[in-house]
Design a binder for this molecule. Structure first.
Ligand SMILES: C[S@@+](CC[C@H](N)C(=O)[O-])C[C@H]1O[C@@H](n2cnc3c(N)ncnc32)[C@H](O)[C@@H]1O
Length: 329
């Protein structure tokens, strides 16, 4: 990466928040100075979408802006003598373009999630690679994180432990560690390729957890692949609470996921599984199968509800179904 450039004062175009016209941008044929270009590109930065409000309006990408950005990337910028500065301008224009190309093209980002008045979590999301969906935070995980302290859960015994399945970036497990009374440890789990970023997020937020109300909660991270079902799990190793957000998105997931809940959830009447699923069109069969497979394990729904959130994937608005499961009698 090119070294940071110290910018002396030089007037740059006024870009009034979202309401600007592409003609307000410095035209390349006028050979704008690097300072003007870099400051303008800086003003065009889009913040990561928030799950607390609807997605930003299309005005943040007025007609012609994409052409202006690609024009910079394609230009040799020959009127700028310093190669390091040229690099910096191309890099900045590429980032502004990537931010407007949808979630899959977005560069890595840090998002801040306000979970409660006293708990805010900062979550790192690397650039999405292959089909590693656990590198992004999904709408249902934010909804579940905020709902956790209000859920009608039983009083857990001293030393109760929580397990999160398919933690992804770790928002739900961290929120549980920071807000759930009566839980003394939380284990966040996922596939091997997701765990390094998950661990990074846990370490980054450890200090924030104390402020959320829960005291002295052990938080740890481990690989747990739902396909590894050979192991016999004794009751002492099972968990009073199993948590998951958005774990069902392929035909084999309902059976695998219900199986892993059945293996790892304690057998007592006070044990619970809490699952939140987005109501995605095209996945109705998987959701129905999830209910069937949970039932086959002996699990029944004791509380449920539907709520709406926002995501930076697809159309933005997402309806999600949360459910609390216990062992049937
Ligand atoms: C859609 S993401 C949801 C991530 C996170 N819970 C959230 O809502 O932001 C699904 C997660 O399930 C994980 N997953 C999928 N198949 C799995 C398996 N066989 N074993 C363990 N985790 C799995 C993925 O790696 C991913 O992190």
């Amino acid at each position: 990466m090119a070294p940071a450039l110290t910018l002396p004062y030089e007037p740059e175009p006024e870009l009034e928040s979202e309401h600007f016209h592409v003609l307000d941008l410095p035209a390349l044929y006028t050979k704008p100075s690097p300072i003007v270009l870099l400051k303008t590109l800086d003003k065009l930065t889009l913040p990561p979408p928030s799950w607390d409000r609807p997605p930003a309006s299309q005005q943040s990408t007025p007609p012609g802006l994409t052409n202006w950005l690609t024009g910079i990337i394609a230009s040799p910028l020959q009127w700028i003598p310093d190669e390091a500065v040229q690099e910096q301008i191309w890099e900045s224009a590429s980032s502004r373009l990537a931010e407007r190309c949808g979630r899959t093209a977005m560069p890595s980002t840090d998002r801040t999630f306000k979970i409660s008045a006293s708990l805010t979590l900062t979550i790192h999301e690397p650039t999405l690679t292959a089909d590693n969906l656990g590198l992004k935070t999904w709408a249902s995980s934010y909804l579940l994180s905020k709902r956790l302290p209000q859920l009608p859960l039983p009083a857990f015994p001293a030393g109760a432990r929580a397990l999160e399945l398919g933690s992804g970036t770790g928002l739900v497990g961290l929120a549980a560690a920071g807000t759930l009374p009566g839980v003394s440890s939380v284990l966040l789990t996922d596939l091997p390729e997701i765990v390094p970023n998950l661990r990074r997020n846990v370490e980054r937020n450890r200090a924030a957890l104390g402020g959320g109300g829960a005291v002295d909660v052990d938080v740890d991270v481990a690989v747990l692949d739902w396909r590894d079902c050979g192991e016999v799990v004794e009751e002492a190793r099972r968990f009073e609470l199993v948590l998951a957000a958005d774990p069902i998105y392929s035909p084999e997931h309902p059976g695998l996921f219900a199986g892993v809940v059945g293996r790892w959830m304690k057998r007592g009447a006070g044990a619970r599984a809490v699952v939140e699923l987005p109501l995605r069109v095209g996945f109705e069969r998987e959701r129905e199968d999830f209910k069937v497979k949970m039932g086959e394990q002996g699990l029944v729904v004791v509380e449920q509800g539907v709520e709406t959130g926002w995501d930076d994937w697809g159309n933005g608005e997402v309806s999600c179904w949360w459910s609390i499961w216990s062992w049937g009698r």
